[in-house]
Design a protein around this ligand. Structure first.
Ligand code: C2E
Ligand code: CA
Ligand code: CA
Ligand code: CA
Length: 281
């Protein structure tokens, strides 16, 4: 009910959760060694014709005692301890190899793209550009097929030191998306100096489109953001599309691509493969 695909316990178990948090933190490094993490993929579709544009990699932890944990349960802990750097490297490697595999299996070599989330700690890590270059070289995936998602809040007030690696990656042809856009109160004029090519509009805006009729203020805001983005030559992706009505509204407002339960929940990589095959017939 909290949304965001979270696997949380109810509040009365807050104590247990605090203990679990400590337990989870200490278990993280061994979990990576033991291969307890796995990735689910959620398709991104073109709003125009509903065909698959790519997929976002979303990490999960198959914990031996607690079952499958969503990223909201452990990414903040991994951020805090620095384990996010090797974990993020693993996610990137796995997702890029998966994308390469999809490309192999589709005879037409369709333009399937892979989106990977980067946390603030990864952004600050000096090895970032080298890691990404290595992963792309090893897999043979074209840089243009990779999109790195960075949250708007991670880039608020970012100085040139922080932007430099992102600029380098953008110059290599990697796309950078501004994730959760609209929640960070960033200066819109700032967008011009960020090396981003995609705005990912936060789910909170999509929610206003679910009502009948759609929330007129949300509609105006989305319309404004889309027109600003397009004038800066940025593509607009919307997240959290759960109904056909939402999809239609967002398409009419000029959004380019969409992601959400209406199309597919995050799932095993085979699911993406069958969705792409379904487009091809
Ligand atoms: P995000 O990047 O904003 O990812 C979108 C979240 O919305 C995902 O939650 C997804 O499952 C969920 N979602 C997708 N469609 C719908 C929908 O139609 N309705 C609703 N209510 N929710 C939808 P998830 O998988 O729990 O991931 C949560 C967050 O964890 C992500 O938010 C991202 O910030 C972070 N995360 C996930 N994987 C990674 C990773 O590999 N590295 C890092 N650094 N962060 C990650
Ligand atoms: Ca994301
Ligand atoms: Ca997001
Ligand atoms: Ca989010």
């Amino acid at each position: 009910s909290a949304g965001g695909n979270r696997y949380e316990r109810a509040d009365p178990e807050a104590d247990a959760r605090a203990i679990t948090r400590h337990g989870l933190t200490t278990a993280l490094p061994a979990a990576l060694d033991r291969g307890e993490f796995f990735i689910e993929y959620q398709p991104l579709v073109h709003l125009g014709d509903g065909t698959v544009h790519g997929a976002e990699a979303l990490v999960r932890w198959c914990h031996p005692q607690h079952g499958v944990l969503g990223p909201d349960r452990f990414i903040p802990l991994a951020e805090h301890t620095g384990l996010i750097v090797p974990l993020g490297r693993w996610v990137l490697d796995e997702a890029v190899r998966q994308a390469r595999f999809w490309k192999h299996r589709h005879a037409d070599g369709g333009p399937l793209r892979i989106n990977v989330n980067l946390s603030p700690t990864q952004l600050h890590h000096p090895g970032l550009v080298g890691d990404i270059t290595d992963v792309l070289d090893r897999s043979g995936l074209a840089p243009g097929a990779l999109c790195l998602e960075v949250t708007e809040s991670a880039l608020i007030g970012a100085d040139e030191d922080l932007l430099k690696p992102l600029r380098q990656l953008a110059e290599m042809g990697v796309d950078i998306a501004l994730d959760d856009f609209g929640t960070g109160y960033s200066n819109l004029a700032n967008l011009r100096r960020l090396p981003v090519s995609v705005l990912k509009l936060d789910r909170s805006f999509t929610r206003g489109m679910q009502q009948h009729p759609a929330d007129p203020v949300d509609m105006k805001i989305v319309e404004g953001i889309v027109s600003l983005a397009h004038s800066l030559e940025l593509a607009v992706t919307v997240e959290g599309v759960e109904t056909a009505a939402q999809a239609e509204q967002l398409r009419a407002l000029g959004c380019d691509t969409a992601q959400g339960w209406y199309y597919a929940r995050p799932g095993a990589p085979d699911r993406i493969h069958s969705l792409v095959l379904a487009d091809a017939v």
